[in-house]
Design a protein around this ligand. Sequence first.
Ligand code: HEC
Length: 600
Amino acid sequence: MNRNHRYRRLGSAAALVAAIGSAHAATLAVTDTAGRPLATAKVREVAAVPTALDTSDNGYPAPGQVRRVDPEITRFTDAAGRATWADRNAPVIYHVRKPGYRDASISIAAGSAEASVALEPETDALKLAEAKPANVWLGALDLGDAARKRHFMLQCAFCHQQGNAFLRRERTPQEWSDAISRMVRYGARLATEDQRALPEMLAAGWRHLREHPDLLATPAPWDPALAATTTITEWAIGDAMSQTHDQLLGLDGKVYVADNIQDRLYRIDPQTNEVTLFKIPHRDGDVPGGLLSARLKDFPRHDSSSNAHSLAQSAKDGHIFITPSAQQRLVEFDPATGAFELHEMGAGFYPHTIRIDAKDRVWFTLALSNQIAMFDRATKRFTLHDLPTRGWREWLTVTLIRPIFKLMSWGLPLANWLPVDRIATGTPLPYGIDITPDGSVWFARLHTDEIGRIDPATGAMTMIATPFAGPRRLRSDGEGNLWIGAFPESAIARYDPKTGAFTRYDLPVVPKGSDTPYALNVDKKRGIVWVTGNQSDALHALDIKTQTWRSVPLPRRVAFTRDIEIAEDGTVYTSTSNFPSWHVEDAQPTMIRVQTTAAR
Ligand code: HEC
């Protein structure tokens, strides 16, 4: 086929799309240096002069005030190398990226309808390697044996990626050892034997890969279908010192994101680009860091005595419940008025993932006291369900967890002194939680490789061993099957409560086994499981019926995400949550919306 002819035809298709979206459109054509169109380039369109962020409240926007955040819109080029956006009537910058080519950025004046950019091929082997996502490096890292590698993935990859540019750079074994001591204080339960062995292995292992980039796999190419099917929009929230953790798609269509270490709640309206910030209230006497005050003493800036973690909304009155991990309480927020109410629990430790059942009871895991809590809104009473322990040592730690943290806040480095084993005895860690359509409460217990069920009527509890390590977060599908992330195994699994069968699905990453799925959610209407690809800067989607995967590369590098929300129309929301945020590209965490049209 004559190339010009083909170019024109696809060009008019793009113009048609634009005409539907807006009266004016801007098109970018991406080519190679010989002028040939480049398909499936990822292009992030940003305002050249974005509306300035309000930083009047200790670096953050003043609470309660509505302000505009300019969205960043990422699309992929089609077979003709073109992608189209609605005209912003303002100057924009296109950031263009395609594996195998050098990144390019191009500024466009307001009102330009067409622009083009030519990408230069990258020929330098090290630069090609550096452009690969963290999972490719992590997958190639040799730590001696598979059990140690899995333990490393479980304990070192749940706050931030391993294998991105910050992590794989040259460090001496002593520097690794110092970093690991700090990480153990932050919360890594790396076994004592590995705390000793890893500094040498990490220093040598990363150096070996930097010196032999040919050892790195080539990731699967981006799917050409992305051009016709996918638009990704981001809104900047928080800053380099934030840890935007979980989010909730509210009944009002707005997205609520909690900043874990700045105790702020962001409300983003994806229709209007308006963002409002709310500050989670403290009580007199709450200290910075709350009951975990020793934990982040080395971290440069945090403003949190409660560590807002996870959110759930009552279908009855729209109130949002938030777990403050550093307090023995539950936070209630009324989005209609902006009012907060604090409910004191007086027991339990580390309120974690939260869901609300059909009877308006609020269920959440208590990660460090090894319990499941239930707050009955009708009576305003808490019920705490104790989970079994793995012997007396674990029982003792779980029972004494509050005094242990108190001693640490007085300066005793217990986290570094107490021996840790590979199964994290003492911290069984009840983690994700969800409710199946029959009203059963299901949870995952990360360090014991179990899921469990509570019968809400009787409180009876069943524990079930998983045939995989590190069950992290879980969600029910429409039929009451549970979908569970096997965090250090780069897989997810379906559990069918009727038959007791687990079915495993490996994430579609190259090399196999290199990702760490922190969370997932189920598009019940379409039968799609969306999974966070924490090391691969992607979301992965499994079509349950056809058992086929597709992946959506996210706009920024270091797109470590912890939660997924799905709208009625199939739109997916997540947010960057790498801790620390300064590892994220541009050091800017964002709330991310992925819109896909009926792809397949
Ligand atoms: C509970 C959260 C958490 C876990 C788990 C964690 N890290 Fe970190 N890591 C951080 C934070 C926060 C920073 C940045 C602040 C700092 O360096 O103290 C960081 C920074 C680092 C750095 C960069 C330090 C530098 O020089 O800039 C390295 C290396 C690192 N982590 C390695 C590890 C390893 C190895 C593990 C597993 C033992 C691990 N991390 C587990 C939170 C965590």
